[in-house]
Design a protein around this ligand. Structure first.
Ligand SMILES: [Zn+2]
Length: 187
């Protein structure tokens, strides 16, 4: 029997980047519980036992704040410069691992397979965002334009760049702009 069909895609650049944005978002909330962060890790393919302490979460929150700067960059040049700083600070040598045969071979920039969560989060996120900039020659994502939302999102497809993290935020802001327009034109 071959490996499950998601065996390889789980470790793709796209999947890693999705995990990065989801983690930045959950970690940017008010004092997230380790359970909530573990839930996001599980949803993005990390296997139990996750063994995530409150201290791990605090350290990951600091990393999330750094990664947010890449999403907040105004253009691809600033995103690349920000990412270069993070790579300098937080990345080790490029190596391949299969986690002793439990995963497909994929690249890592952390020091070793049992590196602390925060080190792994920074290194794996930097690697994915680096490839996205390499591949797309544009910022890898953005920060939601809604004043009531702080979520980051990934750039996707061609066409108009996204402004909002979700359809929900886009709809809410469209309705708010419409109301404001009505007020502005009211006698
Ligand atoms: Zn939003």
């Amino acid at each position: 029997m071959g490996p499950p069909s998601d065996w390889s895609s789980r470790h793709s650049v796209a999947a890693t980047a999705r995990r990065t944005s989801a983690l930045v978002n959950v970690l940017s909330g008010d004092d997230p519980e380790p359970g909530a962060v573990a839930e996001v890790l599980r949803a993005h393919g990390e296997d139990d036992p996750l063994d995530l302490s409150a201290r791990d979460v605090q350290e990951m929150r600091a990393v999330a704040a750094l990664l947010r700067e890449v999403f907040a960059a105004e253009d691809v040049d600033h995103a690349a410069a920000t990412l270069n700083d993070l790579l300098q600070r937080g990345a080790g040598r490029l190596r391949l691992t299969s986690h002793a045969g439990r995963t497909p071979w994929h690249p890592h920039l952390d020091g070793h397979d049992d590196a602390p969560w925060a080190e792994w989060f920074l290194a794996s996120s930097c690697l994915a965002l680096t490839v996205l900039i390499w591949d797309g020659q544009r910022p890898p994502g953005g920060v939601c334009a809604s004043p009531t939302c702080a979520n980051v999102f990934l750039a996707q497809g061609g066409g108009q760049p996204r402004r909002y993290c979700s359809r929900r935020c886009a709809t809410r802001e469209r309705v708010a702009a419409h109301r404001q327009g009505l007020r502005a034109t009211a006698p």
